[in-house]
Design a protein around this ligand. Structure first.
Ligand SMILES: Nc1ncnc2c1ncn2[C@@H]1O[C@H](COP(=O)(O)OP(=O)(O)OP(=O)(O)O)[C@@H](O)[C@H]1O
Ligand SMILES: [Mg+2]
Length: 337
């Protein structure tokens, strides 16, 4: 069953220099019990996409297109209705924990309120759930922690508190934006395990944004590769690693001989992504693509189209034999940075 359906989403920020279209015609679906990974360089629109889904964009942003949770349309929903959904049916783990922790309230107060806002339980039960939640994310002496304020905790501990808070009400949709980046390897593994639990227990759909292809290989069912506001490739995770189709994806894979190891950062592809204030016509990756054709620069950008029988989709004008040949070289690790 499809839980999240994003259809032709466009998110534009008003800035002093002009409109910045951070998400430009993105469509995706995530089924219940599935994990979709989103990868892409800094600035490709991953956070803008997640904040759009959560209804947490600043006033300077406009959203066009459709975002559905089951049958319910989220675009255009009132602030009040969105707030009711957040923390119960949908939850998000942010890159920066202080985006969702209140600095002037204790951890305990915030966790207990988060439970009581969405579940009919006594304070005592809520407190118990909060303590269990903290213990589950590996916070030592969780009971004592309830009395602390966010600033009294280390960055890693704050991250864990935020994750505990996101998971408290067992959301059906969890969006995790770089949830493990600030954490050590053991804690990372613990957090990924918690996500697996959530998926098992409540058949949750998870969108996992990460720079870490090792994490993708370990926990994702499908992957969407974002470049300059668009999805350029989408594939089941095994397909992505076995038969990567887009030249940008090849670049991401190029530095990963030991890609089953976690902690691998994405490799730097020569050149820089285009400015989203005035993106190039045609394919946005064309200026950095080693195999660029004239048509890539002049024709309208290709949209995602199915390739092969494995369920992959790619937005690229190269012919299939070239993509198969080149993709196989990167998959085999013959090309490295
Ligand atoms: N509030 C904002 N106002 C104006 N522009 C913004 C705003 N937030 C994001 N942008 C722009 O939108 C684009 C996408 O940013 P976003 O934060 O979504 O990237 P990202 O893929 O999450 O990057 P990272 O990997 O660094 O987290 C960038 O060009 C960024 O400058
Ligand atoms: Mg981001």
């Amino acid at each position: 069953m499809t839980l999240l359906t994003v259809d032709n989403l466009r998110t534009t920020f008003r800035t002093d220099d002009g409109p910045v279209c951070a998400v430009d015609g993105v469509s995706l679906t995530v089924g219940a019990g599935k994990v979709l990974g989103i990868v892409g360089e800094s600035g490709s629109g991953k956070s803008a996409l997640s904040l759009s889904i959560m209804g947490l964009l600043p006033e300077s942003a406009t959203v066009e297109g459709s975002i559905r949770l089951g049958e319910q349309e989220l675009v255009g929903l009132s602030k009040h209705d969105l707030r009711a959904l957040r923390g119960s049916e949908v939850a998000m783990i942010f890159q920066d924990p202080m985006t969702c922790l209140n600095p002037v309230l204790t951890i305990g107060w915030q966790l207990v309120e988060a439970v009581r806002l969405h579940q009919q339980v006594s304070r005592r039960e809520a407190r118990k759930l909060a303590i269990d939640g903290l213990a589950a994310v590996g916070i030592p002496s969780p009971e004592d922690r309830l009395r602390t304020y966010p600033h009294e905790l280390s960055g890693g501990m704050r991250q864990r508190v935020m994750i505990a808070m996101a998971l408290l009400n067992r959301p059906r949709l969890l969006i995790a934006d770089e949830p493990t980046t600030a954490l050590d390897v053991t804690t990372q593994a613990q957090i990924l395990e918690l996500m697996r639990d959530l998926r098992r227990e409540v058949d949750a759909a998870i969108v996992l944004i990460t720079h870490d292809l090792g994490v993708v290989a370990e926990v994702c069912d499908e992957v969407a590769v974002m470049y300059a506001g668009r999805i350029v490739e989408r594939a089941p995770v095994d397909e992505l690693f076995a038969q990567p189709q887009h030249p940008y994806t090849w670049g991401l894979l190029a530095s990963l001989p030991g890609r089953s190891r976690t902690g691998q950062r994405l490799h730097q592809i020569p050149g820089a992504p285009p400015s989203l204030l005035s993106p190039p016509p045609g394919c946005r990756f064309a200026p950095r693509c080693a195999l660029v054709l004239d048509a890539c620069r002049t024709d309208p950008a290709p949209s995602l189209a199915p390739v092969g029988a494995g369920g992959s989709q790619v937005a690229c004008l190269l012919d299939q034999s070239t993509r198969d040949r080149e993709g196989a070289r990167y998959a085999a690790g013959e090309e490295s940075a």
